[in-house]
Design a protein around this ligand. Structure first.
Ligand code: HAX
Length: 440
């Protein structure tokens, strides 16, 4: 298998590189920690490693060194598609190089050989109560596959530490292969009759998802490719990535680790901001029964802030500029949607809300993140976040499908590099007060 071959070649070099770094410079300081950071969600503390992606506050995400526009141009595409294949992205995340078309297709084929979901998974999801959120189903679906973990089986058999990454790669491929079918099944259980289309071996991973979702417009295939590429990784300190890594650091397999990550993604300050973002837009729209004026949006935004709520989709813990993932989706919509009032509203909100947040003066970043717009694109194609019984969260499942590409790539490398159990130190407030008084 191509990924295993390439990784077998790369991993020894990386082990040597890191071992040299640690031997020569173990005590070299990378920063200092303030009491504000200890009490402030560890914002900005440099304490994690990822060579797979990094976020610059003023530029945004780079995946393996490539910006989003670069990825969309360089990753291999099939002749008839506007957006690249996600198989190529997964190759890039794992191997660190842009693949050839054949290499991307090999990953796609690898997924096809592993994409069947077991009957018990559907049974588990069907048994969930009606009001269970789609994210609950998603997390359960992942956990329900845990019994198949090759890593856990090999670990029990006594696998040598240096080989841990191999079954981790197997598990990651097995899990990622099944994600489109799992997401489509969840959608069908929540919004239709619980049945999904058969997967089509002539389609790539994302197009198969669009096919199983039964979205008639072919552009949805390209939106799916774009969506799954841009949400895949956002360095390692965000909650879904960090939770996955934290749980994985105990040598839990990818099913336990990714499920934990998805539980983290479900919060409204993180992945659920995509449903909150659309809900906020629909709230403004429904209040006026039309696309409101800039003045009306300003008033609505102030009402949100004055009620003690956040404006979903705006602000970020790291970014200090418009999120390039937002821009990529904006450009897609501008190209494909001639007439869509909710999408137009999201564009208008982008003109207004940064000024409101600046005037309020609290948010360090008044600019939109990806969640300010992503829901409008799903909504355009008739994919809903909530069903008629008020069970909401499908958009976050879509975010999760993509995020598992990133966290599983990181998990393979974490095993390859022997990253240890994560265990930072906590302090009492009394100790912090003592430190503060000593420093004067
Ligand atoms: N609306 C209103 N207030 C906001 C705000 C927003 N969009 N963004 C930040 N603030 C407020 C914070 O709540 C905080 O207020 P308090 O001092 O009263 O606690 C203050 O501004 C300073 O916050 P910050 O330092 O700028 O931001 P944080 O790093 O603490 O938080 C968040 C980053 C993303 C959580 C924050 O900007 C937010 O809540 N945004 C809205 C929710 C959202 O869009 N989340 C998705 C983020 C991207 C992501 O992870 N996607 O999955």
């Amino acid at each position: 298998m191509i990924l295993k071959e390439k990784l077998s070649y790369l991993i020894p070099e990386w082990r040597e590189r890191v071992s040299l770094l640690l031997n020569d410079s173990r005590d070299c300081k990378v920063g200092e920690v303030t009491i504000g950071q200890v009490y402030g969600g560890m914002r900005g503390i440099k304490g994690l490693v990822s060579d797979i992606s990094s976020v610059d506050p003023n530029e945004g995400i780079r995946l393996r060194g490539f910006t989003i526009p670069e990825l969309l141009e360089l990753l291999p595409k099939d002749k008839s598609t506007e957006m690249p294949m996600v198989g190529g992205l997964y190759y890039l995340l794992l191997i660190g190089e842009i693949p050839s078309l054949d290499e991307a297709l090999e990953v796609e084929d690898e997924w096809k050989s592993r994409w069947d979901i077991p009957t018990h998974l559907s049974d588990v999801l069907q048994a969930m109560p009606e009001d269970a959120s789609p994210m609950t189903l998603f997390s359960q679906a992942i956990l329900s596959l845990q019994g198949e973990s090759v890593f856990t089986k090999k670990y029990r058999e006594g696998l040598h530490k240096s080989e841990y990454w191999e079954p981790m790669l197997e598990d990651s491929l097995n899990l990622t292969a099944k994600l489109p079918a799992i997401a489509a099944l969840i959608y069908s259980l929540k919004h239709r009759d619980g049945q999904t289309e058969q997967q089509d071996p002539n389609l790539d991973w994302s197009a198969n998802f669009a096919h199983m979702m039964q979205v008639a417009d072919n552009d949805y295939q390209d939106l799916s490719r774009l969506y799954f590429i841009i949400h895949s990784d956002h360095e390692s300190g965000n909650v879904s990535a960090h939770a996955t890594h934290l749980v994985g650091s105990t040598l839990a397999d990818i099913y336990f680790a990714a499920s934990a990550g998805m539980n983290g993604l479900s919060g409204p300050l993180h992945g659920r901001a995509n449903q909150e973002g659309l809900r906020w837009l629909l709230g403004v729209y429904n209040k006026y029964g039309r696309v409101p004026t800039e003045g009306e949006i300003t008033e609505y935004a102030w009402n949100t802030l004055n009620a003690g709520h956040v404006i979903p989709g705006y602000g970020h813990a790291v970014l200090r500029t418009t999120d390039p993932r937002f821009t990529a989706l904006l450009e897609f919509g501008q190209k494909h949607f001639l007439d869509d009032e909710i999408f137009d509203l999201a564009r208008l909100v982008y003109k207004v809300v940064p000024g409101v947040l600046r005037e309020q003066g609290k948010a360090k970043n008044p600019w939109p993140n990806v969640d300010a717009i992503s829901g409008t694109l799903q909504y355009h194609y008739g994919v809903d976040d909530c069903n008629e019984y008020g069970s909401c969260g499908f958009y976050t499942v879509l975010f999760g499908v993509s995020r598992i590409l990133g966290v599983s790539s990181n998990a393979v490398w974490a095993r390859a590099m022997g990253q240890p159990l994560e265990r930072p130190k906590s302090l009492t407030t009394t100790v912090l007060e003592e430190i503060a008084s000593q420093k004067g």
